[in-house]
Design a protein around this ligand. Structure first.
Ligand code: PLP
Length: 425
């Protein structure tokens, strides 16, 4: 693999951008490599500055479920852009996207659009606190909810691979209302409720964890959280920024049959543009300003270009219903990965749901942060680098989800398995 221009571009970037990147995991530190710089992407492929082509299993961390540069999404964006790119005044497009989200989720009557998943979570938590008049939030260890100050406690991937469980710059006072509980541990949650009973505003959870690697909980875990929340008059927040429209058109909550009070969305609903959303029952959502007193605003919220890309993406997902096919392809792919590694006697565990999965280099089950931490990250780094050399782009950290798009073909998956067969681990 040629890698000279990539390296030069990274050196230039480091002079003017902290660490040379605008989001830490992109620096490839966790896989002991130098980042590639992308020149273009089409369908399932990425092309870097040195002319290398890769099959992409990261897909911009999830949003590109239709693959890159989907022609219908691009056409819709171009049409909108020709009429201007931002007004700071309402457009009908926003209502149309909100209608789609409301139709997709039984738990959602109203939606507020923002510009990132982080912003969505920030707003969801403020809304939960404002609605209940309580301060405390329960968060699960290893779940990531964006880089909001009071959520930066044991917060998954980027922070895990940087080896910092929290971040300097976040005052202790800001996180003192965040209660940490291990993922998949209902007893610990019960204890938290017993101790703080009437001061817990909300429990926030990734209904399928994606930011310590993929972890699929049993339904009983999510059902148990929901029951405890109801009993204690606390709100349940599902952070579906990754799994909304990824696992099913109505997200993880549709698959598990559980209705949270508030849902946060992002990634796929922007079709590759910056977006986030908060949805829930009208009674709760009406507490947001200007209806209610819980303040929230945004200069570029509901930006017409982002909304057009999201709207077109959702239209295609609704019309084509690619989920059964994605599920089948990904299941077969994961079986092939596992068989290949077994034949090489490489200890591994694969967690998967729908088109989202993680290959963990450990032979023990991965069900929470502690078990994820048992992975051989040096082995993952070696695997990542060898696959990159063979034209396969994987997430540059052990603790991330892999994705397959509707653009991926069987031949791509076969090529990937052929590359894996040659990898020395
Ligand atoms: C990506 C992600 C976020 C943050 O979204 P940004 O758009 O990166 O701010 C929040 N929650 C979850 C579960 C995510 O995966």
């Amino acid at each position: 693999m040629k890698n000279t221009k990539n390296k030069r571009l990274f050196a230039n970037a480091k002079k003017v951008i902290p660490g040379g990147v605008n989001s830490p995991v992109r620096a490839f530190n966790a896989v002991d490599a130098s980042p590639i710089f992308i020149e273009k992407a089409k369908g399932q492929y990425l092309y870097d500055a040195d002319g290398n082509k890769y099959i992409d299993y990261c897909l911009s961390w999830g949003p590109m479920i239709l693959g890159h540069a989907n022609k219908d999404v691009l056409a819709s964006v171009k049409k909108t852009m020709a009429n201007g790119t931002s007004y700071g005044i309402p457009t009908e497009l926003e209502t149309k996207l909100a209608e789609k989200v409301v139709a997709a989720f039984d738990s959602i009557d109203k939606v507020r659009l923002v510009s990132s998943g982080t912003e969505a979570v920030m707003t969801a938590i403020r809304l939960a606190r404002g609605t209940t008049g309580r301060d405390k939030i329960v968060k699960f260890v290893g779940c990531y909810h964006g880089h909001v100050d009071h959520m930066l406690v044991s917060a998954g991937s980027g922070l895990m691979t940087l080896g910092s469980p929290s971040s300097p710059g976040v005052p202790k006072d800001f996180t003192k209302h965040t209660i940490l509980v291990p993922y998949n541990d209902l007893d610990a949650l019960k204890k938290a409720f017993a101790k703080y009973s009437d001061s817990i505003a909300a429990v926030i959870v990734e209904p399928v964890a994606g930011n310590m690697g993929t972890i699929v909980p049993p339904k009983s875990f999510l059902k148990g959280i929901s029951t405890l929340c109801k009993k204690n008059k606390s709100l349940l927040i599902f952070d579906e920024v990754i799994c909304g429209f990824r696992l099913a058109y109505g997200g993880a909550q549709t698959i598990f049959g559980i209705k949270p009070d508030i849902t946060t969305l992002g990634k796929i609903i922007g079709g590759g543009f910056p977006i986030g959303a908060i949805g829930g029952k009208a009674k709760i959502m009406n507490n947001l300003s200007p209806n209610g007193a819980v303040y929230q605003a945004g200069t570029l919220s509901g930006n017409p270009v982002c909304v057009s890309a999201g709207l077109e993406t959702l239209k295609i997902l609704k019309t084509n219903n690619p989920y059964p096919k994605l599920e089948k392809m990904t299941a077969a792919f994961c079986t092939a990965i596992s068989e290949t590694l077994t034949s090489k006697s490489v200890p591994h565990t694969i967690n998967r749901i729908g088109s989202m999965f993680t290959l963990f280099f450990t032979d023990e089950p991965v069900t929470d942060f502690a078990s994820a931490m048992k992975c051989d990250t040096a082995k993952y780094a070696s695997y990542f680098r060898q696959m990159l050399n063979a034209g396969i782009y994987l997430p540059p950290s052990q603790f991330e989800a892999n994705f397959i798009s509707t653009a991926h073909k069987k031949t791509d998956l076969n090529k990937t398995i052929a590359a894996l067969k040659k990898v020395k681990l």
